[in-house]
Structure formats: C-alpha cells, structure tokens
Design a protein around this ligand. Structure first.
Ligand SMILES: Cc1cc2nc3c(=O)[nH]c(=O)nc-3n(C[C@H](O)[C@H](O)[C@H](O)COP(=O)(O)O)c2cc1C
Length: 212
C-alpha cells in the first residue's frame, strides 16, 4: 500500500462509508493529496469517455464564505470540512474529444482508425444533442465520479458527505464559472470525521431486484 493510502480494504471502505456531517476542522488536505484523490476518482467510466466532470475545491475561508449563503442546511459540513468539492458537468465536454482520443492513440490505447471512426460518429451525435440529453448524460457521469470520489476519499483515511441541498441556480456564478456551460451536480464535503455519523437502512436486494 502506498504511504498516502490509509485503507486498502474494499469491504471496509464500502461498508464503512456513511455520511459524515461534522469534521475535525484542524485537519486540512494538501493540494498534492487532493489532486491525487481527484486523479484516482476520475478513473470512473463516462459516456464515450468524455469525462464531463469538473471540480472546484473550496477550501479557503474566502471560498467557504462564498458558499455559505448557498448551502442551505449544510452549514456544519461547510464550516468543519477540509473542503467542499463542487462537481459540475461540463455541457461542452466534447471540446476535449480530440485531446482525449488523440492522447489515447499516442499512448497506444487505441488505433488511429478507431479514433477517426468513433470521433466522426460521436461528433455528429454531439452536434445534434439536445440540452436536456446533454444534462442527463453529465448527471449520470458525474454521479459515477462522485461515488468514486467518496470511496477514494476513504482509502485516504477521509470521510465525505454527498450534498444536493444547495442553490443550484447560483453556484456556478458564485465560483466564477459560466452557468450556461457548467451544470451543478453535487457538492462532496470531505475531511477527517469528528462525529461518527449514524448507520442507515438499505432495502435488501431481494426486494428491489427482479430476475428475467
Ligand atoms: C445526491 C445526494 C444528495 C444529498 N444531499 C444531502 C444534503 O444536502 N445534506 C445532507 O446532509 N446529506 C445529503 N445526502 C446524504 C444522504 O442523506 C445519505 O447519503 C443517505 O441518507 C444515506 O446515508 P449514508 O450516506 O450515511 O449511507 C445526499 C446524498 C445524495 C446521494
């Protein structure tokens, strides 16, 4: 296990995850480690690998003050977390298509012909995609990266809280982003747990699954 990973036990990472809403505010996460956490989280899959997730790590006092009026009942997380990571879906993610696919070719992950064929198909699709469909796509992709982020955080010894209770129509502008392009998906509070949180009930697979 690398020095920075505190936990490599998947069962513990997964089953021990629960929403933590009060953190030890004396524990910060270095920019280097946060970058590593995000780099691990973005291993998540995404629609045609367009990786539409964009992150804003709000960790400074000034940054948190900007969020204060927008996070509704989630003030404890704002005040005590090491950071509030805002996840936005980039509705112009296809701008990165050439970079993503040509890098894959350079690295030998994909033959040039496959890139050419796929990109020409996808670019036609993206050109005609409705805003609603685009939003639906980024919500799914960003949901996957958010879950990965929460599990990766635990492997680094931190806990999280997924937060949907915030002013979605105001948050992009508050952090200096174009609200027409960056669609707010979720905030993930991250830090060292102070309060242990509480367990929550899950409907069993037998009740929520059908087999055909
Ligand atoms: C999309 C989403 C939005 C959520 N929004 C909030 C929130 O605004 N505030 C909060 O305290 N918890 C929020 N939660 C946490 C849920 O309440 C929590 O995940 C759920 O009760 C299960 O508990 P657990 O995370 O401890 O397993 C949110 C979770 C998700 C997935």
């Amino acid at each position: 296990m690398s020095e920075i990973h505190k936990n490599n036990d998947f069962k513990d990472i997964n089953e021990g995850r629960r929403s933590i809403r009060i953190y030890d505010s004396s524990v910060k996460i270095s920019k280097e480690e946060m970058t590593q956490i995000i780099n691990e989280a973005v291993k998540a899959p995404s629609s045609i690998n367009m990786q539409p997730w964009r992150f804003v790590v709000v960790e400074s006092e000034e940054g948190k003050e900007k969020l204060r009026p927008l996070v509704r009942f989630n003030i404890n997380q704002l005040e005590t977390s090491a950071a509030m990571i805002i996840i936005f879906g980039d509705l112009q993610s296809f701008d990165y298509a050439e970079k993503i696919y040509s890098t894959a070719v350079e690295k030998g992950y994909m033959p040039q012909e496959v890139k050419d064929k796929q990109l020409s198909t996808f670019s036609k699709y993206y050109e005609t995609m409705s805003r609603e469909k685009n939003i639906e796509t980024v919500l799914i992709d960003c949901g996957l990266v958010a879950m990965n982020l929460m599990l990766v955080a635990r492997s680094h010894g931190y806990d999280t809280n997924a937060i949907g209770g915030f002013e979605k129509d105001k948050i992009a502008e508050a952090v200096g982003l174009d609200k027409d392009r960056y669609y707010p998906v979720m905030i993930v509070a991250i830090g060292k747990a102070k309060d242990p949180g509480y367990p929550s009930y899950r409907l069993p697979a037998e009740e929520i699954t059908s087999w055909l």
